[in-house]
Ligand binder design. Structure first.
Ligand SMILES: Nc1nc2c(c(=O)[nH]1)N[C@H]1C(S)=C(S)[C@@H](COP(=O)(O)OP(=O)(O)OC[C@H]3O[C@@H](n4cnc5c(N)ncnc54)[C@H](O)[C@@H]3O)O[C@H]1N2
Ligand code: MOO
Length: 637
């Protein structure tokens, strides 16, 4: 029998970090010399002192004539000073041979070397040449139009400091100093494995029940962003021998990252393999964090070995919490500066007691500052992290945050990227198409799917420009309009056909109308449905159709049309309610029930905003009508 290792001691985040870093040397791993063309993004390992002066000589900044400024004094447009010209012309790179004495000038080009005796350059525009004579029509001062040697960079000056990540600008400076190579910190090489029999590399076919390996891709890219070198070593099956071999390979690098197999389930073997390490081995397994509780942190011989939870959001979060600072330090990058902004919660939030919760949020500007919308699709979501602006930290002792509570949001990226147009509401592929068109037209869009009711609330609070909703008023059976208030304006959208989806050829549904199909389903005790979440427009339709009955599967409340179609296609259920376009996508049969309206609600005060107007014009345009029609939506004439 396999032993089930428990999370014997769940640590706080800070204690886990302390134990982890205690055994690590948070310093660069060494320096190496790289050619300038390969230096982009690398971190300077030593201060750079200028070996030469830049410019290396007194240089003219204009096309004109090098002379002694005193010879021009008193010169005016109608009262020129006349000088004689030397014979040479000083193009850049020419070393002057002739001296500039009183009353004499030398022709010089921009970048040319100032000749001995000259102390200024007059621009060609302020002169006339007549034979060997130069007429100057403008008085200039000593030093005018001249850059003296070493004024840009003086020899011996420290121009760049160790620890600076090299961008194109620093690389330009190094080249100007004549340096062909530069000493940079060695990039820490991070071995990255994904684990699990169900994990499939992108690009390969996906068997039912399998999952594409997103963790390796996101962790690899994050390692590179932090100045490390990602060494992708593939997907390792749930097999102790294979995992041990992987670990041995991984230990040839500077750090080892596994994802998956750290909790206590069947097949979660990664931590058992890592458990064989010593000096000191595992320092934390189980941290009071959400997401990220099963994170396993180990160190062996000064090398970090980490098992990230398999769930993508947990994996990314714990990577950034525990490993990112270590990789930065190994790479010689300065610690990350974390930026916070103040915001308000638009809705009540429940949190789990006993775990510090990191809640990813999207930020929306309002008249009273920022509103922080939870992006939560749970730890298993791949998109939560990429769509969020930041996260709030909910203390382990806090169970509830109320709507209107002030929160501090730690930003994920650099600064805030304000949007021109904010959509909050129900997700629709038609709206996706419209948003795509606006983005192509240069409008910055932020879009949050919080359902129809959430969208309506956001519009009432003035937090969005446009809320896509499809809510039927149960009393009248009319969509959307009965729910408006005077402060809201409705932009008519389009119709979508809702109906019963079933597998093609199922005799309980095929060829019947909705009422007959429901009756046939009710007559078969084995017939299972899949429901929708309470509050959704679709659920109202289902309940009307069932007339109070609750057949098998009624308790399974999925949150989208796609989830309903997948459940039916994969035979976990026999019928459900979804829109016809989704039924088509999954090759399912469809019995029309009712056309519902998907409309756009705009806070009236925002109606005149140009991006809102652009949206309205787009919706009315012939290409939009054609595209939406092709997607299966019925557009008003
Ligand atoms: N009984 C308990 N069950 C679970 C607990 C617990 O405390 N007690 N903790 C839960 C938490 S919290 C998390 S987080 C997960 C983490 O589990 P594992 O680290 O063991 O991860 P897996 O079981 O291998 O996978 C979880 C999930 O993530 C998918 N996955 C895995 N690798 C990848 C990848 N490379 N790319 C994309 N997706 C991946 C995997 O298919 C699973 O769906 O455990 C809970 N359970
Ligand atoms: O703590 Mo797990 O990391 O929520 O999903």
């Amino acid at each position: 029998m396999k032993t089930q290792s428990q999370f014997l001691q769940v640590l706080t985040r800070d204690e886990a970090e302390r134990r982890f870093q205690e055994h690590l040397r948070l310093a660069p791993l060494g320096a190496e010399s790289v050619p300038l063309h390969a230096a982009l993004g690398r971190v300077l390992a030593a201060d750079v002192a200028a070996p030469i002066d830049v410019p290396g000589f007194d240089r003219s900044n204009v096309d004109g004539f090098a002379l002694q400024a005193a010879d021009t004094w008193g010169a005016m447009e109608e009262e020129a000073r006349t000088l004689s010209l030397n014979t040479e012309t000083l193009a850049p790179g020419i070393v002057p041979a002739e001296q500039v004495r009183r009353g004499v000038a030398t022709t010089i080009a921009t970048g040319g070397m100032l000749p001995r005796g000259a102390d200024a350059v007059v621009m060609v525009e302020h002169t006339d040449v007549a034979g060997e004579q130069l007429e100057v029509r403008r008085a200039i001062t000593v030093g005018e139009n001249v850059s003296y040697a070493g004024t840009d960079i003086a020899r011996g000056e420290t121009v760049l400091r160790a620890g600076v990540p090299l961008s194109s600008r620093e690389i330009g400076v190094l080249a100007a100093l004549g340096l062909a190579e530069v000493s940079v910190h060695r990039r820490p090489r991070v071995a990255i494995f994904s684990t699990g029999n169900e994990i499939v590399a992108p690009g390969k076919p996906l068997p039912t029940g399998a999952v594409y390996d997103s963790n390796a891709a996101i962790i690899s890219a994050a390692v590179e962003e932090l100045g490390g070198q990602a060494v992708r070593l593939g997907v390792i099956p749930d097999d102790e021998v294979a995992l041990s071999e992987a670990l041995a390979t991984g230990l040839q690098y500077d750090a080892v990252v596994f994802s998956g197999g750290t909790s206590k389930g069947e097949g979660d073997l990664s931590y058992r393999v890592v458990n064989a390490l010593n000096d000191p081995g595992i320092v934390a397994h189980g941290v009071a964090l959400k997401p990220g509780k099963p994170i396993c942190l180990a160190v062996t011989d000064g090398k970090p070995v980490v098992i990230l939870p398999g769930f993508p959001t947990s994996a990314v979060f714990t990577f950034h919490e525990f490993l990112a600072p270590v990789i930065r330090a190994f790479a010689g990058m300065p610690p990350q500066r974390r930026e916070h902004v103040a915001a308000t919660l638009p809705m009540r939030i429940n949190s789990e007691r006993g775990r510090t919760e990191y809640l990813l949020v999207g930020l929306v500007p309002t008249e009273d500052g920022l509103s922080a919308y939870p992006m939560g699709k749970g730890s298993g979501s791949v998109t939560t992290f990429s769509g969020a602006d930041g996260f709030i930290t909910i203390d382990q002792h806090t169970e509830i945050l109320d709507a209107g509570d002030p929160v501090q949001v730690q930003l994920l990226g650099k600064g805030l990227d304000p949007a021109d147009l904010i959509f909050i509401g129900s997700h629709c592929v038609g709206l996706d198409w419209l948003a795509g068109e606006l983005i192509r037209a240069g409008i910055r869009i932020k879009s949050m799917s919080v359902g129809s009711s959430g969208g309506l609330m956001a519009a009432k609070r003035g937090e969005c420009d446009i809320a896509g909703i499809h809510l039927m008023d149960p009393a009248t059976g009319v969509y959307n309009t009965p729910l408006l208030t005077p402060a809201l304006t409705l932009i008519p959208g389009y119709g979508r056909m809702q109906g019963i989806v079933h597998r093609i050829g199922d005799p309980r549904f095929e060829g019947r109308d909705a009422a007959a199909a429901i009756a046939a389903a009710a007559a078969d005790a084995d017939c299972t449905m899949v429901n929708r979440n309470a509050g959704s427009g679709t659920r109202i339709l289902i309940d009307r159709l069932l007339g109070g009955a609750q057949p098998p599967g009624y308790g399974v409340q999925t949150k989208s049309h796609n989830a309903v179609a997948v459940a039916v296609a994969q035979k976990r259920a026999d019928w459900g309610m979804a829109i016809d376009t989704v039924a088509q996508q999954y090759g399912l049969g469809f019995i029309p029930v009712q056309e519902e309206r998907y409309d756009f609600v705009v806070p009236t005060a925002r109606l005149t905003r140009e991006p809102v107007q652009a949206f309205m014009r787009l919706l009315q345009s012939a290409p939009a009508k054609a595209a939406l029609g092709k997607l299966g939506f019925r557009i008003d004439a």
